[in-house]
Design a protein around this ligand. Structure first.
Ligand code: COS
Length: 384
């Protein structure tokens, strides 16, 4: 794929950083479940967290695909770090999309520079895929909002300095009663709940939030009351595109392992033409990797025109995250038992890849979103 000078710059910077500074630490930190806070700060200093943001907010004013390429390179080396970038952006973008200039000055600029770590709280014990059915409430009392409820599977919650969370300011209005709030970690009534032990991504933090009369100043309402759901869906579009880059990183890493193995280990069993099926898997993975990158590039192109890119983001995420699982599976088949041991990183890629099909909207949700958008543009009635 031909890249612009800008895209090459960010891709190379991220690759160099990941290869030279991150790679030597991955195995130990992943094994210990050590959150990559230091690397997140470093990514802020390098400008990588701010690639897509305007200079006036501390960003680099670059195009969206430059960011996706950078996330891909970092995730290729360490998916836990790539996911931490994604979570940080989920906690940053809503402030960029809906914040006042004051909120941007106070929160967005340090987040973009990596001086603060952001997180995003939408999912609740009883609302995952159906994001509109959230129950956390926000009641206005004497110049503050009091938030009560629980958030679960909040990535980076244990380390974040700020959280953008959803809460109902009006239960009767349904999704139009959902509002967005910026919370600081030290607000009274905000507590971090249990850290989850996960299949993969063990150095990425996944915890919960308990909001027990959490007192949030009025000026930390993000956008207008009732605007929250739209802001969250807009945030998820950008997040899904980020997950496409993240999944592509894992897929490329698994692909390279499988190529290395195929080159080094000539098979001559005489049982069947093993080269033929290996070649088939390699060809299929290579073709789909190219296709996934093109889908992500197209979603970025549409995003940067300022138009809605709902369908494109979901397609990019759906395709890349399915592919990551497929390529890891193919790598396991080609490499065999060695890939099941931790002598090779393939077993880690395999465990990590699964999140892509679940987080930031499952593959089934992506298909629903894609079908709705396709039906809308074809003039057909959209299923509820
Ligand atoms: N950007 C901006 N606005 C959007 C939007 C988007 N991407 N998608 C929808 N909207 C608007 C709609 O136009 C609608 O506005 P009006 O009410 O003014 O017409 C409003 O937002 C509600 O949209 P819709 O009715 O389509 O919402 P649904 O409840 O049907 O949404 C889905 C269903 C599946 C799309 C949503 O619940 C979803 O994405 N769920 C997955 C949640 C998720 O990814 N969770 C993971 C959290 S990551 S930590």
């Amino acid at each position: 794929m031909v890249l612009t000078k800008q895209q090459n710059y960010w891709q190379n910077l991220a690759k160099q950083f990941a290869e030279s500074e991150v790679k030597p630490k991955v195995n130990e930190m992943e094994k210990q479940g050590e959150f990559p806070l230091f690397f997140m700060k470093k990514l802020g200093e390098l400008g990588i967290l701010g690639i897509g943001f305007p200079e006036k907010y501390g960003g680099q004013n670059a195009d969206s695909f430059s960011f996706i390429l950078a996330v891909k390179e970092i995730s290729k080396v360490w998916a836990s770090l790539g996911l931490s970038i994604g979570a940080h952006l989920l906690g940053t973008n809503p402030i960029y999309f809906a914040g006042t200039e004051e909120q941007k000055k106070h929160y967005l600029i340090p987040l973009v520079r990596g001086e603060m770590l952001g997180a995003f709280g939408l999912t609740e014990p009883s609302s995952g895929s159906d994001a509109a059915s959230s129950r956390t409430s926000a009641v206005s009392v004497n110049g503050s909002y009091l938030l009560n409820g629980r958030k679960v599977f909040t990535t980076s919650a244990s380390y974040a300095s700020t959280f953008v969370v959803s809460a109902l300011t009006s239960r009767e209005k349904g999704k139009k009663g959902i509002s967005a709030f910026i919370l600081e970690r030290n607000y009274p009534g905000l507590m971090i709940a249990k850290k989850e032990e996960k299949l993969g991504l063990r150095a990425s933090d996944t915890s919960g939030l308990i909001l027990d009369g959490c007192q949030v100043p009025k000026e930390n309402l993000l956008g207008l009351e009732g605007d929250g759901f739209r802001v969250f869906l807009q945030t998820l579009d950008a997040g899904r595109l980020g997950i496409a880059g993240w999944a592509l990183g894992i897929a490329e890493a698994a692909f390279e392992q499988m190529l290395d193995w195929a080159k080094k280990n000539e098979v001559d069993s005489g049982l069947m033409d093993e080269h033929e099926w290996e070649a088939g898997m390699i060809a299929e993975a290579a073709t789909k990797l190219e296709a996934a990158l093109l889908l992500a590039q197209e979603a970025c192109r549409v995003k940067d025109t300022g138009q809605f890119y709902i369908k494109e983001a979901s397609m990019a995420k759906y395709f890349a995250s399915t592919l990551a699982v497929e390529v890891c599976d193919a790598a396991l088949k080609i490499i065999g038992c060695s890939a099941l041991t931790n002598d090779l990183p393939v077993e880690r890629y395999f465990r990590d890849a699964k999140l892509g099909e679940i987080g930031e909207g499952t593959s089934e949700i992506q298909k629903l979103v894609i079908a709705r958008e396709v039906l809308k543009t074809s003039g057909r009635l959209v299923p509820a």
